[in-house]
Design a protein around this ligand. Structure first.
Ligand code: BGC
Ligand code: CA
Length: 443
């Protein structure tokens, strides 16, 4: 609250941006027009704001930059975009360990099936059938999760050395070549596991990880082969909860997601099968902390692997840093009926890094930060509230921009004058598009 008022008082331009932000989520066309019409107004106030900005002398291209949640990479091959990750000496990525999390998710589903083998096969045909909601076929986290589930359940097939992550469409007869029927053995008995259907949950406007699309998909699938569906799996909780609410809850079909959003964790009490915490509380901290450290000109590990003067420090069981990739990765934890009580509020700061920084030693700095899609459940219901808690603790004045999840320009249009910020935190719509931002900062 205090932070918001201070922000508004400091620069009228922020109010203009907030209006544009609020109107940006419905459709590309109306959002773009709304943004464009405010551009002129923004530019005139930007000029005034730039003069008073503390960072006037630092070139935008030299300011600290953190990519988060979507790692600059080739959406077809997954190859990291090292040019973007090395944009300047204060550039980093913050995300989570996608492979470790994917393996955990697959294991969580397999463990559930094994523990409930006597009741899981709803139609008694000897086949354990599951459907899978895919977030974004070009996003490496989504790809990893699809592979993790197929790998654990034995339904994956090799494609160029790793598990094929393409959607199958429908495969109720087991004839697809994208997946295969898996087998699992429990108590000396062998069962078949089949991926009955999977699809990328992309809406007609182009937004991926789309929860509403997943709700529609489960309605369509269940209407034609509902009695074959024994398990529902999703690349994230937004889509998973949409499917749970649309169908699986009423039909007592265990549904598994990813992210440990508060609503999904609460739903475990009502039959949601489980989810994975990607330690968003650690990621949100790291996202802002690396900027704080770079702005303070201190060792980048301060308050991360090395305690800062306020006592903030992370232990090595919650994150790793890969220097070659310039990337911080939070570690994942499975959340199931056994431990969900500890995860009910996904927006609470992580206690070991919850100490306020001194305002004199760490004076307020201005940060521009965007969320690729204001409608993304994880980013809006878990990640952003966490960022908003940490920005106060780290004395950062963050301007939050919510994109439409469809076009980079919807976001970059609202970075009219980078000179008025000291640092940037970017969540791209598409992992290939880092240059949409770096060219702006290089001008
Ligand atoms: C999250 C998803 C989210 C996606 C957006 C993933 O890390 O788990 O819930 O929709 O990022 O980029
Ligand atoms: Ca069955």
């Amino acid at each position: 609250m205090k932070r918001k008022l201070a922000v508004m008082a400091m620069a009228g331009v922020l109010a203009v941006s907030a209006v544009a932000c609020g109107s940006s989520t419905t459709s590309t066309d109306s959002a773009d027009t709304a943004t464009e019409s405010t551009d002129a107004a923004e530019e005139s106030t930007d000029a005034a704001a730039a003069d008073s900005a503390s960072s006037g002398e630092v070139a935008n291209a030299d300011k600290p930059l953190v990519w988060f949640n979507r790692q600059p990479s080739n959406s077809s091959t997954g190859e990291l975009d090292m040019a973007a990750l090395n944009f300047n000496e204060n550039t980093y990525y913050v995300g989570f360990d996608a492979n470790q999390g994917a393996e955990l998710q697959g294991t969580m589903v397999l463990d559930y099936i094994e523990a409930n083998i006597d009741s899981i096969d709803r139609n008694g045909d000897g086949i354990i059938g599951y459907v899978l909601a895919i977030g974004d076929i070009g996003h490496n986290d989504s790809i990893a999760r699809t592979r993790g589930v197929r790998s654990a359940l034995g339904t994956g097939v090799d494609a160029d050395g790793s598990i094929n992550s393409e959607p199958v469409g429908t495969n109720t007869d087991g004839s697809s070549s994208v997946v295969q029927d898996g087998t699992i053995e429990v108590n000396g008995q062998t069962y078949t596991v089949r991926e009955l259907a999977s699809q990328e949950m992309k809406n007609s406007a182009g937004a991926t990880w789309d929860a509403a699309t997943a709700g529609n998909a489960i309605n369509t699938w269940s209407a034609s082969f509902g009695d074959q569906i024994d398990v529902v799996v999703s690349n994230n909780d937004g889509m998973g909860m949409s499917m749970f609410n649309a169908w699986s809850k009423d039909n007592s079909v265990p549904t598994f997601g990813y992210d440990a959003n508060s609503d999904a964790v609460a739903a475990i009490a009502e039959g949601y099968g489980g989810t994975i915490s990607q330690h968003a509380d650690v990621q949100a901290y790291l996202t802002l902390r690396v900027l704080r450290n770079a702005l303070d000109g201190v060792d980048i590990d301060t308050g991360i692997g090395t305690p800062d003067e306020a006592g903030n420090v992370l232990s090595s069981d919650v994150f790793t840093y890969n220097a070659d990739e310039r990337s911080y990765y939070a570690l994942n934890v499975a959340v199931t009926a056994d431990n969900y009580q500890d995860f009910l509020d996904s927006t609470v700061v992580y206690a070991p890094v919850s100490n306020q920084l001194d305002a004199e030693a760490h004076p307020t700095k201005n940060v521009w930060l965007n969320i690729y899609n204001a409608a993304d459940n994880f980013l809006s219901a878990t990640y952003q509230p966490l960022l908003q808690n940490y920005d106060d603790l780290l004395n950062l004045n963050v301007e939050y921009i919510g994109g439409d999840g469809q076009t980079e320009s919807n976001i970059t249009n609202r970075l009219g004058n980078p000179s008025q910020y000291d640092a940037f935190a970017i969540n791209m719509v598409k992992t290939d598009n880092a240059t949409s931002y770096t060219t702006l900062l290089s001008q």
